[in-house]
Design a protein. Structure first.
Length: 186
């Protein structure tokens, strides 16, 4: 277990096409654009955003999980356009078990272009090599085949299905559990 990791410095990453950084208040409009799209929120517990205040609430949640040391949420900024096109990060950090959950969202105009594989590769490396996490989990609705293919490309293994595990948007949903262990990453 790694008891020395702290959340004092928010890590930033640069890839060939993107910057992964801490969200800023002026990202609200891009986050509203992202999360007001029903295609983006379809497989999440979120309902499509109706106002900029919804985006501000989302930013507040990013700050909360960082302050509580239960996760990080990066915005994904396109280097060319300087627009925030998605988010990715960790939540539900269980320090005593050295386990964390990964999550991600991307604007539909960037789907199918390898954005998430590029972004998630950075943060997965950070989790295993810097945070010394032992296990990264992902919970995905079984109908979300694009997300499942992404996890498989990143060498996550399916552990099983949690039946009617969450009540989201007026209905119970199953969640497939995927994971990758540090020993499988190295």
């Amino acid at each position: 277990m790694n008891s020395n990791f702290n959340f004092t410095n928010f890590p930033m990453f640069e890839t060939e096409r993107f910057i992964l950084r801490q969200a800023l208040e002026n990202d609200c409009h891009d986050l509203f654009d992202l999360y007001s799209d029903e295609q983006v929120t379809r497989y999440t517990p979120l309902t499509p955003f109706k106002s900029i205040d919804d985006a501000k609430d989302e930013l507040n949640w990013y700050d909360t999980i960082l302050r509580e040391q239960t996760g990080f949420r990066w915005v994904i900024e396109d280097v060319e356009t300087k627009k925030v096109i998605g988010t990715c990060g960790f939540l539900n950090y269980e320090k005593e078990h050295n386990r964390i959950e990964i999550g991600y969202d991307l604007h539909p105009s960037y789907w199918g272009k390898g954005v998430m594989k590029e972004a998630l590769s950075c943060i997965i490396s950070f989790a295993f090599l810097t945070m010394k996490i032992n296990k990264i989990e992902a919970k995905v609705e079984p109908e979300n085949q694009s997300s499942i293919r992404l996890l498989e490309k990143l060498n996550f293994s399916k552990e099983g299905v949690l039946r009617q595990h969450e009540f989201e948007n007026g209905k119970y949903v199953d969640l497939a559990i995927f994971s990758i262990l540090r020993r499988e990453y190295q």
